[in-house]
Design a protein around this ligand. Structure first.
Ligand SMILES: Cc1cc2nc3c(=O)[nH]c(=O)nc-3n(C[C@H](O)[C@H](O)[C@H](O)COP(=O)(O)O)c2cc1C
Length: 416
């Protein structure tokens, strides 16, 4: 071999100066982002994001529900150009993908909700700010003036609840979703075993953790302190914990409350967390504009059914005019295609963008969204589909349930 031929064989990439770009360069799917997030975060913070309730049966079932479907492509269609755009509640979205509300986001990275919202906004997809977010509704609205969504927990203090709704409306929030699956907090055993608290406290194990994850802790210590920015209950030391916040949630929330919220909220209203088709139908009867089928990513009621199983029966009950949003277990663009073929309008993700945030802030969230969009785009092409209308028309032939096969799934590592 001549030296010139040898030179051609060796391909040395220029050194990537940005550490975020370096960390993202090895992330080619959501599982890669998850693995990188695991390296970037202290164990207890990673487990808080990644874990589910009790035995994590629902957490695993959510993912497996998508793998029970097989794709039967349509051959020889011209798929040169694919349009993923859709309209949800009158807003044009670049793809049928959104970012679900997650509490205490700045614990994952101090850039927090602002970074998440910016990444979503630049990709033309919606982001939902949580009641227990660490950024105020108003601060977010200044940065993201269009298509802002807000998630509401109904609090014991109805005055505080109504004032949150008024603030959201005044800030220009277009769509509000009321979470109804959190009468009490689910028991996430990884958090219990790790002795995890919000905010994190300095214990012997935190100190050991600092030694192993000094980059994370330096970032945290040099950023403004974390707080529940939108609801700040009065506590003796002025530092409310997640337990103080949870005690604000009202376990007596009823259908009358939903009707009350409907009467007070002038924008689009979704209810997040109903799982039975009967409840979804009842919510539509109360006047909601959509239902967000979710088992909270397996973080609340363990053994709760995977939302994907319910899309078709719910669609049959609520009719075509009701918007169906789905989350819990979406990790690939093909999952989005499957959910839409079953009758959903929009898929949301929680953990995938938090993994991205942990790895590389706003850029990392952007990578999570881009991966899902690229995967959906390619899966559409390989299935012979060019638009979501096309998917709706042919979804039934293309997405088939395999009743007998046991879906292959990657084994989850033992969390302990
Ligand atoms: C760390 C974390 C915090 C969450 N906080 C909230 C919250 O404050 N309000 C809410 O309605 N859902 C919350 N969720 C649930 C998400 O909105 C969403 O339903 C779930 O993450 C979807 O499942 P996935 O993570 O498998 O995509 C949270 C989820 C995670 C992972």
């Amino acid at each position: 071999m001549k030296p010139r031929d040898l030179r051609q064989l060796i391909s040395l990439k220029p050194f990537e100066r940005s550490s975020s770009a370096r960390r993202l360069s090895g992330c080619h799917d959501v599982d890669d982002l998850r693995a990188a997030a695991r390296r970037a975060l202290p164990k207890s913070v990673f487990d808080y994001v990644d874990g589910g309730a009790d035995e994590e049966v629902s957490l695993v079932a959510n993912r497996e529900s998508f793998r029970r479907f097989h794709l039967v492509p349509r051959a020889m269609q011209d798929v040169t150009s694919v349009n993923l755009a859709t309209r949800v509640f009158g807003a044009e979205l670049r793809a049928p993908i959104g970012l679900a509300p997650t509490g205490y986001t700045r614990m994952v990275d101090p850039a927090g909700e602002l970074a998440v919202a910016r990444a979503a906004n630049s990709r033309g997809v919606p982001y939902v700010l949580s009641t227990v977010g660490t950024t105020t509704i108003e601060d977010l609205a200044i940065s993201i003036p269009r298509n802002l969504w807000f998630q509401l927990y109904v609090l014991r203090d109805r005055g505080l609840t109504w004032s949150l709704m008024e603030r959201a409306n005044a800030a220009g929030v277009t769509t509000m979703e009321v979470s109804v699956d959190t009468a009490v907090s689910g028991r996430r055993l990884r958090d219990v075993r790790n002795g995890f608290t919000i905010p994190p406290t300095l214990t012997l194990s935190t100190l050991t953790d600092i030694a192993f994850n000094y980059r994370y802790w330096i970032k945290m210590i040099t950023s403004p302190a974390l707080s529940f920015a939108n609801i700040a209950p009065a506590t003796d030391d002025g530092n409310p914990t997640i337990a103080d916040i949870s005690s604000l949630f009202d376990p007596t929330v009823s259908w009358d409350d939903l009707a009350d919220i409907r009467a007070r909220w002038p924008g689009q209203l979704l209810v997040k967390g109903p799982l039975s088709p009967a409840d979804a139908e009842r919510a539509v009867g109360v006047g909601v504009d959509g239902v967000h089928l979710s088992n909270h990513g397996g973080r609340q009621l363990d053994r709760a059914i995977a939302p994907l199983e319910l899309v078709r029966p719910v669609r049959e009950r609520v009719g075509e005019d009701c918007t169906i949003v789905l989350d819990s277990g979406v990790r690939h663009g093909a999952d989005v295609l499957i959910a839409l073929a079953r009758g959903a309008d929009l898929c949301m993700v929680g953990r995938p963008y938090l993994y991205g945030l942990a790895v590389a802030g706003e850029q990392g969230v952007g990578r999570a969204i881009d991966l899902l969009i690229e995967q959906l785009h390619r899966t559409m092409q390989l299935c012979g589909l060019t638009s979501l209308a096309d998917l709706r028309e042919h979804g039934e032939e293309i997405v088939m349930l395999n009743e007998t096969a046991v879906a292959p799934s990657r084994p989850r590592e033992d969390p302990r």
